[in-house]
Ligand binder design. Structure first.
Ligand code: PMT
Length: 401
């Protein structure tokens, strides 16, 4: 999503500086390159070495260093980037930006640049509320500096209020919306479930299934790439955490449902998770002892909530477009049509999961698409291509909602 884009990250000295490491990881996962500048006070919170390891580049901090200036001067640092992000941005740094003070490398670069500048402020709530800071912000916004956050919440100093730095995901989204302004789902929100759920039998055993999460993750990535603010709610998988979206990890169907409901309202919901239909009603707090013959009658199962159906019937908060999958081993299309009606969702993507198809865990999928208007047969495709094709259909549809 940020392939080939060069981001210059300026880290200033605040407790939130540790989050800049995750920000670098997310920008790089999205395909972007990161070069970092640390202010002197930022080095009290993160080491140049850790940023160097994550950016795989040298870290700049000193404008008066002859080596820094001869190898990559302050003008060059700005010229060689597509966007500058200051995260965290302290009250002091915002004040310097407003007044044009350039007494170190970071402040000189932001004064010398003609590239878009994004700032993610982080400070104590009273410093944020102070008239001086607020006036600085108004002036900087007038000069087209893009602010992301701060968020409200508990602070390192023990107080509560506005001043927490935005999450790296939010900052990556802001960067993407500046660098790729014409994404068709910008301004829309999406929620995607993926992977299996695990229903515990005892502290060490569980009921699960073969879902790898590949199909759900690629749908979340396709929607985020199209500009939707995406939340991925995932059961346990071995896949790397995708960037540019909020990722919530769960184990059980109950946890998945709770996170889905907390994430509402959204414009689009896609349920690709293979949710266990049953959970163990009498799960044991202790490891069940090995017996000669396990008596399955002692294992009592109860039905899990149906997440897709719950979302489809959410009275006030029903997403505009609710999409489910149907995992079938026989009569695929017929069962898909039945499930679309039973679960009251808008679309169902029915797929054959019979032994030998490798739909569970494999890289390809063959979709029988069911909507209220009719059905379509999609050719066999890579799961990423199914995701892109679905995203395209969503873009076409959501424009009409
Ligand atoms: O993860 P992969 O290895 O990439 O494999 C992809 C996949 C095969 C898991 C995926 O393509 C798929 O078919 N997902 C749905 C699996 C499933 O649980 O199907 P189902 O027919 O049992 O359920 C129908 C729909 O109801 C699904 O959207 C499911 O997410 C949802 N559901 C089911 C049960 C439940 N308790 N809550 C639900 O929301």
């Amino acid at each position: 999503m940020l392939k080939g884009r060069r981001i210059l990250l300026i880290v200033t000295g605040g407790i939130a500086a540790f989050k800049s490491l995750e920000l670098v990881r997310q920008i790089r996962t999205a395909g972007g390159e990161v070069r970092a500048i640390l202010t002197k006070s930022a080095t009290e919170f993160v080491t140049p070495l850790s940023l160097q390891a994550l950016t795989e580049d040298r870290v700049y901090s000193d404008i008066f260093s002859l080596t820094d200036e001869s190898e990559m001067g302050h003008i060059q640092l700005s010229r060689n980037s597509d966007l500058i992000v200051v995260a965290p941005a302290t009250a002091n740094f915002l004040a310097k930006m407003r007044l044009g003070i350039c007494d170190d490398l970071a402040s000189t670069v932001v004064l010398a640049t003609d590239k878009p500048v994004v700032v993610a402020p982080a400070m104590n709530v009273r410093m944020w509320d102070h008239a001086a800071t607020q006036e600085n912000i108004i002036t900087l916004k007038d000069r087209n500096i893009k602010f992301i956050g701060p968020n409200e919440g508990e602070m390192a100093c023990g107080e509560y209020g506005l001043g927490r730095m935005s999450e790296p995901t939010e900052i990556v989204n802001a960067i993407q919306s500046i660098l790729q302004p014409n994404r068709p789902l910008l301004g829309k929100t999406a929620l995607v479930t993926a992977g299996p759920t695990r229903e515990p039998i005892d502290p060490v055993r569980f009921i699960a299934n073969r879902s790898s999460g590949k199909q759900g993750y690629s749908i979340a990535e396709a929607l985020a790439a199209a500009g939707a603010e995406t939340t991925l709610i995932t059961g346990p998988t071995n896949l790397p955490v995708p960037s540019g979206m909020r990722v919530l990890k769960v184990e059980t169907a109950d946890e998945m449902l709770a996170h889905c409901m907390e994430s509402l309202p959204v414009d689009i919901a896609v349920c690709a998770a293979a949710v266990a239909d049953w959970k163990v009603a009498n799960k044991s707090d202790q490891k069940i002892k090995k017996q000669k013959n396990i008596n399955c009658e002692n294992l009592s199962l109860s039905q899990n909530p149906d997440i897709l159906k719950t979302l489809s019937n959410a009275d006030n908060n029903r997403p505009d477009l609710v999409i489910g999958f149907a995992a079938e081993t026989e009569d695929i299309l017929h069962n898909g049509i039945r499930k679309q009606k039973e679960k009251n969702c808008d679309w169902i993507l029915a797929n054959d999961v019979a032994m030998g198809t490798q739909t569970f865990g494999g890289d390809n999928n063959t979709i029988h698409f069911v909507s209220k208007k009719g059905t379509e047969e999609w050719p066999v495709m890579k799961k990423e291509d199914v995701a892109k094709y679905l995203a395209k259909k969503i873009i076409d549809e959501i424009g009409r909602v």
